[in-house]
Design a protein. Structure first.
Length: 353
């Protein structure tokens, strides 16, 4: 059989068929228009069910590539304009800012996103949007710490906490963003003093991730751990006794609440998404991001991932509800990215390894 738009066929075809073939050649591929390529720093198990639901609703296939945040940024840089990625999903405003500063993202507009997500959790130039909130409070060992002795992040610099704090390394972007928030609130000099005091109050040299800080505290190596809430939530709901039992020894304290210090609120950050600069499927990319801020997706984040929704009015999980409500720092998250370099240098000067 001769292909309908082959050169041999066209040589004898009537004008309307020739015109049809020309139109088909000029039109975008239907298959290409019905897919979107996603680079995700979130593990597949934490995002794939949502992507499957998006495909069911829209007919748009999502091609998922997962990896570490730094590795994905480097991959986008290496691929340049030839990158197949349409959407970057990564953790922390610091990483989102790095992607924007490196020219790896492009601005997009969406009324759906603007209505769903507060300005605080969006890039002012439209390059990225927060999808879920993660708080980084103080966690303490029940029975070893009187919560009345706790108040603010700043107060952790006091001598009473010497040798009692577990926190991960300065190479971790979550801690870099926490220090950036302290620079924004108190200035560089005060943040420098705080970082030096925290190093002096560490129970051990930083090692491991947030779960490791929680486990170290539960094992008696320290009394306080600084960690993101979704790690503790995941441990509490785990079927693994090695995860659940340490988590049950811990309690959550919300620092910097009204009446404590300046009362600016507990430090929060986001996981977020951006349309890549190389995107070929921009409409599908925006449609995917709009789905991820929908009430359905936000409920899934809250119930399954142990994170807080960025969209107001979405119910949180029972585990998070047990920790009570808290006031979040309303600092524009763009500042966390802009102050990231200064925070990292400050931590290095403090000897925070």
């Amino acid at each position: 059989m001769i292909p309908i738009c082959s050169r041999r066929f066209l040589s004898s075809a009537r004008v309307p068929l020739v015109a049809l073939c020309v139109a088909l050649a000029a039109a975008p591929s239907l298959a290409a228009a019905e897919e979107v390529n996603l680079y995700s720093a979130r593990k597949e198990a934490l995002i794939k069910p949502l992507l499957d639901r998006f495909s069911e609703e829209t007919g748009i296939e999502v091609n998922l590539v997962t990896g570490k945040a730094d590795a994905l940024l480097q991959r986008l840089k290496s691929e340049g304009r030839n990158s197949p990625a349409d959407v970057l999903l990564t953790v922390d405003a610091g990483n989102l800012h790095r992607a924007k500063a490196a020219g790896l993202t492009q601005a997009f507009t969406s009324e759906v996103v603007a209505e769903a997500v507060p300005e605080t959790y969006r890039d002012p130039n439209g390059h990225w949007v927060g999808l879920s909130l993660r708080a980084r409070p103080i966690m303490y060992v029940k029975g070893e710490v009187d919560p009345s002795d706790l108040s603010t992040y700043e107060a952790l610099a006091d001598e009473q906490w010497q040798g009692r704090i577990c926190i991960r390394s300065s190479s971790n972007v979550y801690n870099q963003s926490l220090v950036a928030s302290l620079i924004a609130a108190n200035g560089t000099e005060a943040a420098q003093d705080w970082a030096e005091a925290i190093v002096a109050n560490m129970a051990r040299p930083p090692k491991g991730g947030d779960r490791d800080q929680i486990k170290a505290a539960a094992a008696g190596q320290c009394d306080i751990a600084i960690a993101n809430t979704y790690y503790l939530a995941g441990m509490l709901t785990s079927d693994d006794p090695g995860e659940q039992e340490p988590a049950e020894k811990m309690a959550v304290f919300w620092p910097n609440q009204p009446g404590a210090g300046d009362g600016r609120g507990t430090h929060v950050n986001v996981s977020g998404a951006a349309v890549t600069a190389a995107a070929d499927h921009t409409e599908a990319a925006v449609e995917l991001i709009e789905f991820l801020v929908s009430p359905e997706a936000q409920r899934w984040y809250a119930e399954v991932n142990g994170e807080y929704p960025v969209r107001e009015g979405v119910e949180i999980s029972p585990v998070l509800a047990e920790w009570g409500r808290f006031e979040a720092d309303d600092l524009d998250l763009i500042e966390l990215g802009e102050l990231n370099g200064e925070a990292l240098m400050l931590m290095d000067r403090a000897g925070w390894r």
